[in-house]
Write a protein that binds this ligand. Structure first.
Ligand code: IPM
Ligand code: MG
Length: 353
């Protein structure tokens, strides 16, 4: 297994280092894992003047899977847009054709009190959000800021081709088949033509999956339902921008955004794995961050790219065990539990393995 390890910025290097400890355990047990590190985001800009250096992209292309930390930081916010860390992330997603972004929101029972919602609202929560990742207003042309009639105008284009919708629909239906066989497609078809097409294609694809119950929901209602009664959802499929927003909201149901992993997959199951949270510059370098989303992203890697459910389960069970043992980083700490550092949490997971 050849892995490209891209720590990125802010807390990225700290959390990725904990995941690498987990990989080292697996290597020690005889698994043939090769890792190579490369800079991306602000680190890429610092090293090579480009948030996605050519050598990093080449490494990612040659690898079987990519593990990414996080990108971005205030020191890069004034750079020209193409040089900003976020652009490096968007470019690697696009270059590797990682159109299907899987973001599970799962509540560990012991963390119910860390959620901002009432425990009974979130207990037993298990949602899978499938976010389209290489289209939509994130990539649509034209885009820009220009002068019109003496004032600045900012514009972007929300655009989906039917083939883009169809391929992510298939991924979502396949996942729903393996879960509760209920798929909710989220859009804004009452206002947007782009969403009207999205919905129509979803209905077409649904014919191939008679066992899956397809429902439709407007994104504003979905945002409300996610915090009102989140357990009504099984699998959600939605576009890039709606998925970006809804997955952050969903993360809070699980207690902390520091708990949520993600997989970004291409047509062949090659993937990039990253926590859904950002680079948290405010706590970077202080050994405070929660590495569990990154470690759980590794579990997704074994499951989705390597088809190794046993190793995925081993990592997930180790995480469950440290949670059950009461270890908590600051973001999920509550009275009566044991506060640990980022590296302390990594060590606890290694010990549990
Ligand atoms: C995410 C992030 C990214 C996105 C940013 C960092 C570009 O918010 O992965 O959800 O908007 O996709
Ligand atoms: Mg986001």
């Amino acid at each position: 297994m050849k892995l490209a390890i891209l720590p990125g910025d802010g807390i990225g290097p700290e959390i990725v280092a904990q995941a690498v400890k987990v990989l080292d355990v697996l290597r020690g047990d005889g698994m043939a894992i090769e890792m190579e590190h490369a800079p991306i985001g602000g680190a890429g800009y610092d090293a090579a003047g480009d948030p996605l250096p050519e050598a990093t992209l080449r490494l990612a292309r040659e690898a079987d899977a990519v593990l990414l930390g996080a990108v971005g930081g205030p020191q890069y916010d004034a750079l020209d847009r193409p040089l900003r860390p976020e652009r490096g992330l968007l470019r690697i997603r696009k270059a590797l054709n990682l159109f299907a972004n899987l973001r599970p929101a799962l509540l560990y029972p012991e963390l119910a009190s860390a959620s901002s919602l009432k425990p009974e609202v979130v207990a037993g929560l298990d949602i899978m959000i499938v976010r389209e990742l290489t289209g939509d207003v994130y990539f649509g042309q034209p885009r820009g800021i220009e002068l019109r009639n003496g004032e600045r105008v900012g514009f972007n284009t929300m655009l989906y081709t039917e083939s883009e919708v169809r391929r992510v629909a298939h991924v979502a239906f396949d996942i729903a088949m393996k879960r509760g066989r209920r798929l909710c497609s989220v859009e804004k078809a009452n206002v947007l033509e782009c969403s009207e097409l999205w919905k129509a294609v979803m209905i077409e694809v649904a014919r191939d999956y008679p066992e899956v119950e397809l429902t439709h929901m407007y994104v504003d209602n979905a945002a409300m339902q996610l915090v009102r009664a989140p357990k009504q959802f099984d699998t959600i499929v939605t576009g890039n921008i709606f998925g970006d927003i809804l997955s952050d909201a969903a993360s809070m149901l699980s207690g902390s955004i520091g708990m949520l992993p993600s997989a970004s997959l291409d047509e062949h199951g090659k993937g990039m794995y990253e926590p859904i949270h950002g680079s948290a510059p405010d706590i970077a370098g202080r050994d405070l961050a929660n590495p569990l989303a990154t470690i759980l992203s590794l579990a997704m890697m074994f499951k989705y790219t390597f088809g190794d459910e046993a190793t995925a389960a081993r990592i997930e069970n180790a995480v469950k065990r440290v949670i059950a043992q009461g270890y908590r980083t600051g973001d999920i700490w509550t009275e009566g539990t044991t506060r640990v550092s980022c590296s302390g949490m990594g060590d606890a997971v290694v010990a549990a393995m």
